[in-house]
Design a protein around this ligand. Structure first.
Ligand code: PD2
Ligand code: ZN
Length: 122
């Protein structure tokens, strides 16, 4: 990801069962949200995400970027990387994204989020 290892949050593993989905959201902490200041107290803002697909999904489960008219089909071993915070701290709302409903089978992902500064002890 070309960020210092210590800027990384712990890897998050997520399992979706059939019908499971992730409603569209920003991975950064929206400045207007009441909880954002506390979330950013250590490490600052999130700057980048890597969503790694751990299995092939029988049907559905794509990662969708509605503002970009873009959907990525999950494939085992593939990943989606995107950034949303530049060096001035400006955020990119075009990175709104979600996980479409899994129509058949399961979907497993591992997500790594990076911060502006040191977050982990690594
Ligand atoms: O599973 C996905 O496709 C997905 C969609 C939106 C994962 C995340 N966000 C995430 O891990 O932040
Ligand atoms: Zn996300």
């Amino acid at each position: 990801m070309n960020w210092p290892l210590e800027n990384g949050e712990g890897l998050q593993i997520l399992r979706y069962r059939e019908g499971g989905q992730y409603t569209p959201h920003f991975d950064y902490f929206p400045p207007e949200d009441p909880g954002s200041a506390a979330a950013m107290a250590i490490g600052g803002q999130r700057v980048a995400s890597l969503v790694m697909y751990l299995n092939d999904v029988a049907a559905g489960g794509g990662t969708v970027f509605p503002e970009l008219n873009l959907t990525i089909t999950p494939r085992k071993g593939a990943a989606v990387y995107f950034e949303y915070c530049n060096s001035l701290g400006q955020l990119d709302p075009l990175t709104l994204h979600g996980g479409l409903p899994v129509r058949s089978g399961e979907k497993w992902i591992a997500t790594k989020w990076m911060r502006q500064r040191r977050y982990a002890s690594a």
